[in-house]
Structures are given as C-alpha cells and as structure tokens.
Design a protein around this ligand. Structure first.
Ligand code: SAM
Length: 289
C-alpha cells in the first residue's frame, strides 16, 4: 500500500471508496508529511511503545505510528472508514483497528491488554468538537498515561498552557495542568488538512505528572469551583460561586471559606491558580463539617 500523507494519495483513496466527509465527526485529514513527522517526534514514540490512536481517519498518521511503535491500537468511530483502514494498513502487522467511540472504550482494559498495565502513549488529530471531553475523560479515568500528544485548535492549545492570571487561562488550563505539563510542539496551518478547517491548529504534548501539583481532599469539588469561577469571570469569586447552579453552598459558607483561605474578599476567581482553588475547596469541606 502506498504511503498516505499527501494530497494525491489521499484523494485517490477517498475516490476509490467513494468516501464522503462527515461533518458530525470532525473529519479533517492530514495531507502534509512534515506535520506527520513532527507529531510522531513530539510524541516521542519509540520501538518499545504501545500507542493508542484516537480517530485514525484513513490511516495517514497510523502508518507513521506503525513504523515507529511496537504496537498501535487505532479507534475510529466512523464505520465507513473501517474498510479503508483495512486496506491502507494492510501489511502493518503491529496495527489493530477498532471501530467505536473513544469515549465508550475501557482505556484501563486497553492499557492492561496491550501494555501490561504500564503507562501508554496517546496520539490523535482530534475531532475539534469533542477535544475537551476526550482529554478530560482520559485524565479523569486515572488510566496510566505517559503522554498525550494531540492536534487541537490553536486557541485550545494556547488555553491548555496558559498560566493563571492571564486572559487565556480558563477552567481547561487548570484542569490540564493538574494532570500534565503541556509542551507546544508545532503550529499547523489549515492548508495541511483536507478539507481545510476554518481555524489554525497546533500540536501539543501533555506529559502526564506522576504526582498532582497540589493536594486536595475533594478533587471533584475543586473542579466545580474552578468551572463556576471561570463561567462568571467578570464577577468576584464570592458572587461567582454563590450564583453557580453547580454548587450548593450558602453565601455565608462561601464568604467564610474565602476568608479562612486568606484571600481578599473582592478577589476574582480568574486570578487564582490550582493552589488557591485547592485551599478553597479544603476550607469549604471544613466549613460544611
Ligand atoms: N487521524 C486522521 C488524520 O490525521 O488524517 C483523521 C483526523 S480527523 C480530525 C478526526 C477523526 O476522528 C476522524 O476520522 C473521525 O471520524 C474520528 N472520530 C470522531 N469522533 C470520534 C470518536 N468519538 N471516537 C473515535 N473516533 C472519532
């Protein structure tokens, strides 16, 4: 099978199978071999590694991964792509294709079966419509992960690595940085894809942390506080948390917890980092007791 990753071969394969792009699956296929090399290099894939690829499309990146990794499992939701993948990946004995929704896979079982339970590497040119749910479900499942290297919308990559107190920083920044250290590997323009997306893209590697940067008694509560604060970023922390439908603390409980944390009463949630949110969550647990 010919090497994919260029416009001519991609068009040939798509025409041969009379494939029609499905917008609902966020299908933008890579057609630039330099970008493929950058992704595989950024992901630090080596001959010992098992790689889980999310959304292989017609198998363009999968071929590269198959050449560098010990084994690859590629999970693709679109049934119409499976016969294409069977053809483009024929001869890649170390690549397995699975039809399904990545959000419904048991990733722990995958890590156990393909990597003896050791931390796995995840690589994906993600469908932009579900970037955040996919990344967060990987982290929150607490599956052993070495790194997650993903192509995402450029603004999303910038948000993931934004520092607390900056205008790009949001709930996603703090959530990602609780689990991983982000490293921006490359910016990728729309003309590297077919069809061209309307936005710029970027490759970001998230190196998963062995230990979270802060300790907190109730992790879920901390993330509810983070979301509530950034959902109403113009408001003071106190008003943002009091108005949130996600929380059921009284105004007085929130005031007391903010005071106990040593934060100014008029502080805005958007200026806080993980350390302050963890302290606030711990204080709220105490206040409630
Ligand atoms: N990796 C290919 C490439 O770089 O050319 C395709 C990338 S395209 C942006 C995203 C791929 O993810 C599509 O093939 C799409 O069908 C697939 N996809 C979308 N939602 C998915 C899901 N929930 N689970 C698995 N694959 C999904």
């Amino acid at each position: 099978m010919a090497r994919l990753g260029n416009p001519q071969e991609t068009i040939r394969v798509l025409q041969k199978h009379d494939f029609h792009f499905q917008k609902k699956f966020g299908q933008n296929f890579l057609i630039d071999p330099r970008v493929l090399d950058k992704i595989v290099e950024a992901a630090q894939v080596g001959g010992e590694d098992f790689v889980l690829e999310i959304g292989p499309g017609i198998g363009t990146m999968t071929q590269c991964l198959g050449e560098h990794a010990r084994q690859v499992l590629a999970v693709e939701i679109d049934k119409n792509l499976i016969p294409i993948l069977q053809e483009t990946l024929a001869g890649y004995d170390n690549v397995e294709i699975r039809q399904g929704d990545i959000l419904k896979q048991d990733i722990q079982a995958i890590a156990d079966r393909y990597n003896g339970g050791r931390p796995i590497k995840v690589v994906a040119n993600l469908p932009y419509y579900i970037t955040t749910p996919i990344i967060m479900s990987l982290f929150e499942s607490r599956v052993p992960l070495a790194n997650v290297t993903v192509m995402v919308q450029k603004e999303v990559a910038e948000r993931m690595k934004a520092l607390p107190g900056t205008k790009e920083c949001g709930a996603l920044s703090l959530a990602v940085q609780y689990y991983a250290k982000p490293y921006l590997a490359a910016n990728v323009p729309p003309n590297c894809f077919m069809p061209r997306p309307r936005v710029g893209s970027a490759v970001i590697r998230l190196d998963c942390l062995a230990q979270t940067p802060v300790e907190v008694e109730d992790e879920r509560l901390m993330f509810r506080l983070i979301r509530a604060s950034f959902n109403q970023r113009r408001k003071t922390l106190q008003n943002g948390l009091s108005n949130s439908g996600e929380l059921d603390f009284s105004k007085e409980e929130i005031r007391q917890a903010i005071e106990n944390t040593g934060l100014p009463s008029v502080v805005r949630g958007e200026t806080l980092g993980l350390k302050e949110f963890a302290a606030l969550a711990d204080e709220l647990v105490k206040v409630r007791r």
